[in-house]
Write a protein that binds this ligand. Structure first.
Ligand SMILES: CC(C)(COP(=O)(O)OP(=O)(O)OC[C@H]1O[C@@H](n2cnc3c(N)ncnc32)[C@H](O)[C@@H]1OP(=O)(O)O)[C@@H](O)C(=O)NCCC(=O)NCCS
Length: 155
């Protein structure tokens, strides 16, 4: 479907976006988050942003939070997905940039994320944006799959 990135804006999540982002989640993942998980993460300090097309409504989202360790402030990308009909049009990149900018403005020096070792599309996507593989977490996912941890210096 045609969806030039110029017709898309990123804005903060509103409660009435929940049904739509859950729909995108289910279309995007074999093991989707539950609808309740989207509420629960916000209660744990996570923020959701959505990509909204002026004709098609919400077509993607990203979920992240800023984490403070003793030695660094980190932006953690917890989830990102674009509706399958709107992929490879720059929407994921727009969401990723928004995540990075919002974390940078809150003092983060690094951005990181976990990705399934089998998710080659997402790994390519993150590599294109400058993320490097930092390590792995064995059996991180509920089906026993390993996660790669990817990290990028923001400033
Ligand atoms: C990963 C995802 C968010 C990317 O969104 P997108 O809108 O398609 O990304 P963009 O159009 O901004 O892609 C930018 C670049 O990333 C890389 N990329 C994106 N999808 C890719 C794919 N399927 N295979 C290889 N490279 C890919 C390419 O380099 C692409 O540039 P190009 O189209 O000029 O070649 C999207 O594929 C998605 O929703 N996947 C399912 C959910 C998911 O796996 N999320 C990640 C969880 S860790």
């Amino acid at each position: 479907m045609q969806a030039p990135v110029s017709e898309v804006t990123v804005r903060d999540f509103r409660e009435d976006d929940l049904r739509r982002i859950y729909e995108i989640e289910v279309l995007s993942f074999k093991y989707p988050w539950s609808m309740r998980a989207f509420i629960a993460v916000q209660n744990m300090g996570a923020k959701i942003v959505v990509a909204e097309h002026r004709n098609y409504g919400v077509i993607g989202f990203a979920i992240f939070r800023v984490e403070r360790t003793r030695s660094a402030i980190l932006g953690h990308l917890m989830n990102i997905a674009v509706h399958p009909e709107f992929r490879r049009k720059g929407i994921g990149s727009l969401l990723l940039r928004t995540f990075e900018e919002k974390c940078t403005s809150r003092g983060a020096e690094y951005a990181y994320l976990e990705v399934r070792i089998s998710n080659t599309a997402a790994i390519s996507f993150y590599k294109k944006h400058g993320y490097k593989i930092w390590g792995a977490r064995k059996g991180y996912y509920s089906n026993g799959e390993d996660a790669l941890i990817m990290i990028k210096r923001l400033r």
